[in-house]
Design a binder for this molecule. Structure first.
Ligand code: IMP
Ligand code: MG
Length: 199
């Protein structure tokens, strides 16, 4: 799924000195197919019942928009944002709600839409918070899940791609706010200049 052409002209934008854009892991054609597959699964399960898509800012935004456009299920949208403190490429698990929903989730089928499951702590915390607000149901939809032992404690109901344990950027995923607008998912790698690589 490598597409060097897609990377041309983007690799130098807003990059840090210690990391560089590496190989393409999931190109835009594969992303489209993954999103279409998830949309079909979700439509099948909802069987016409409306759902509230809750996007986790900011990483889920590209995925959520593409998914919502593919759905036949009637959806409303809302967003929340959490912060987690840790090194730049590893989440700490100290998850704090920094922007809440504007929608009452009581009685609704809630689908949490997330970019990536790494340790699973972010989704675990969000599911716990929303679960206290009396929704009819809460499901998790993630574009990516890293293959890490133990991160499947939080069940992912809809998954785009299971990936190796590498730091990825693009299609909403960032490193220090850079690379979100890449239309594909790429691996961020040490740039080999002797400076520090990913944590
Ligand atoms: P978790 O709580 O360890 O599952 O981490 C999930 C959050 O960490 C995601 O919402 C992302 O914001 C961020 N994250 C984890 N892995 C990556 C990655 O490979 N690239 C970009 N962000 C990541
Ligand atoms: Mg992030």
């Amino acid at each position: 799924m490598n597409s060097t052409g897609e990377q041309a002209g983007r690799a130098t934008s807003a990059r840090t000195p210690s990391l560089k854009l590496g190989r393409t892991l999931i190109d835009s054609t594969a992303l489209d197919a993954g999103v279409a597959r998830i949309a079909a699964e979700l439509d099948r399960d909802q069987a016409g019942r409306p759902a509230l898509l809750v996007g986790i800012l900011k990483g889920s935004v590209f995925f959520l928009c593409d998914l919502a456009k593919r759905l036949k299920t009637p959806v409303s949208l809302d967003f929340l944002q959490v912060s987690s403190y840790g090194s730049e490429t590893k989440s700490s698990g100290n998850v704090r709600l920094v922007r809440d929903l504007t929608t009452d989730v009581a009685g609704k089928d809630v689908i949490i839409v997330e970019d990536i499951v790494d340790t699973g702590r972010t989704l675990s915390k969000i599911k716990e918070i929303l679960g206290t607000r009396h929704p009819k149901s809460v499901k998790i939809c993630a574009l990516l899940q890293k293959q890490i032992p133990g991160n499947d404690d939080v069940p992912v109901d809809y998954l785009g791609f299971s990936i190796e344990d590498v730091f990825v950027v693009g299609y909403g995923l960032d490193h220090a706010e850079a690379y979100r607008n890449l239309p594909y998912i790429a691996v961020l790698e040490p740039d080999g200049d002797g400076s520090e690589g990913p944590a």
